[in-house]
Design a protein. Structure first.
Length: 117
């Protein structure tokens, strides 16, 4: 049986921290990416989010990747397309379709009180 590759864009293996926030709420959680493409992110998280959930994300690119004196923050907005339950460490995988990226994102990473959703 052959599995067809549906991805149209190359995924880059990239493991960096990402802040997750549901738009319009104070809920914030943190996760770690596994791979990134121009249209999507796959990450591991403890957050209980469902398919169709809209998210605001901030990728934290460390100095070693960007050669800048401080981490580079990249904002993006998207929605959860797929959830992979029961990963090790009581985590789940989220495939997020990205609608927009903001390479000039200037907000803080912990602007609101944290909550483990």
């Amino acid at each position: 049986m052959t599995i067809l590759e549906r991805r149209k864009l190359t995924r880059l293996p990239l493991e960096v921290f990402v802040r997750l926030q549901v738009p319009g709420s104070e809920w914030i959680d943190f996760a770690e990416t596994r791979n990134v493409s121009a249209r999507g992110i796959y990450l591991h998280t403890h957050a209980h989010l469902g398919i169709g959930q809209e998210l605001e994300c901030v990728l934290v690119l460390p100095e070693r990747l960007t050669q800048s004196p401080t981490p580079v923050l990249i904002g993006c907005r998207g929605k959860v397309l797929r959830v992979v339950p029961d990963l090790p460490g009581d985590k789940r995988g989220l495939a997020i379709e990205i609608h927009t990226y903001d390479f000039s994102w200037q907000g803080g990473l912990a602007d609101s009180a944290s909550s483990n959703g």
